[in-house]
Design a protein around this ligand. Structure first.
Ligand code: ADP
Ligand code: ADP
Length: 232
C-alpha cells in the first residue's frame, strides 16, 4: 500500500513560488493499477517523482509498503529505490549500451553476481517479449520496443511498485495499446502495484482500476475508474 499524507511541494520562480502540490492525500492499494490524470502543469510529474524522491517534497509523508520514504537518508533511499521501478515518456535508455546491458545495469549497481545478472536479464527480456533483441542497441529499436526495454530495466530488481511517467505519450495508438496490455499482464503475473500518470483519458480507462484527478496541485476527485467515468 502507498499512503501519501499532506504532501506539499513548491518551486521557486521569479513571480513567486509555484505551488506544484497542495496538501495531497492519497491511498493506493497494493496490487492496484492506479492512474493520476490532469492537464499539463497540474502537478502529475511532481507527484510521481516525489514517490521515489527524484523530487524532495517540502512537507508531508509518503510510505510505500510500510517504509516511510520521506524519512529515509541517502543510503537507505538508494536501497528503497531498487524496489521502485520507473518508466519514462522518452524511455531514458543508455544509447551506447545494448539492450542486455541496459537491463543489466540496475542489477550490476545492486551488486548481483554475474551469473545471476545473466539469468535475470534473460528472464525479464522473455517477459517483455524481447528475448531476441539482447544484442541490439536502442537506436535499432522501434519506440514500442524501446519502452519494453525500459519496462524490463524497471522490473529487473523485482520492485514492489512500478511508476509510469507518461510512458505511452511518445507512442502511436496501436503501440500504446500493446504497452498498456503488457503493463496489465505484468500487474496480473507479478502482482506489483502500478502508478501511472497521464493526460489521456483513454490510457486511464484502458488499464486503471482506480484513479485520481489532479488540478493545480490538488486532488479534486478519487475513486474507481468505472464509477467516475461510466455514468448511466
Ligand atoms: P504536470 O506533470 O502535470 O505537467 P508538473 O508537476 O510538471 O505538472 O508541474 C507542476 C507545476 O510546477 C507547473 O506549474 C510547472 O510549471 C511547475 N514546475 C515543475 N517543475 C518545475 C521546476 N523544476 N522549476 C520550477 N517550476 C516547476
Ligand atoms: P564483464 O562484464 O566482466 O566484461 P561478461 O563476459 O559478463 O564480462 O560480459 C561482457 C559484456 O557482454 C558485458 O557488457 C556484459 O554485460 C555483456 N554480456 C554478458 N553476457 C551477455 C549475453 N548473454 N548476451 C549479451 N551480452 C552479454
Amino acid at each position: 500500500m502507498i499512503v501519501i499524507r499532506d504532501l506539499n511541494k513548491s518551486y521557486p520562480s521569479a513571480a513567486g513560488a509555484v505551488r506544484a502540490l497542495e496538501n495531497v492525500n492519497l491511498t493506493i492499494q497494493k496490487g492496484d493499477i492506479f492512474g493520476i490524470i490532469g492537464f499539463s502543469g497540474a502537478g502529475k510529474s511532481t507527484l510521481i517523482r516525489c514517490l521515489n524522491r527524484l523530487e524532495e517534497p517540502d512537507s508531508g509523508s509518503i510510505s510505500i509498503e510500510g517504509t516511510v520514504i520521506t524519512d529515509l537518508r541517502e543510503k537507505e533511499l538508494r536501497l528503497a529505490r531498487r524496489k521502485i521501478g520507473m518508466i519514462f515518456q522518452q524511455f531514458n535508455l543508455l544509447d551506447s549500451k545494448t539492450v542486455f546491458d541496459n537491463v543489466a545495469f540496475p542489477l550490476k549497481v545492486a551488486g548481483h553476481p554475474k551469473e545471476y545478472v545473466r539469468k535475470r536479464v534473460r528472464e525479464i527480456l522473455e517477459l517483455v517479449k524481447l528475448g531476441d533483441k539482447e544484442k541490439a542497441y536502442p537506436s535499432q529499436l522501434s519506440g514500442g520496443q524501446k519502452q519494453r526495454v525500459g519496462i524490463a530495466r524497471a522490473l529487473a530488481n523485482e520492485p514492489d511498485v512500478l511508476l509510469s511517467d507518461e510512458a505511452t505519450s511518445a507512442l502511436d495508438p496501436q503501440t500504446t495499446y500493446s504497452i498498456l496490455e503488457l503493463l496489465a499482464d505484468i500487474n496480473r503475473q507479478l502482482g506489483l502495484t502500478i502508478v501511472l500518470i497521464t493526460h489521456e483519458l483513454d490510457v486511464l480507462q484502458h488499464i486503471c482500476r482506480n484513479m485520481a484527478v489532479i488540478e493545480q496541485g490538488r486532488i479534486v476527485e478519487t475513486g474507481p475508474v468505472d464509477k467516475l467515468f461510466l455514468h448511466p
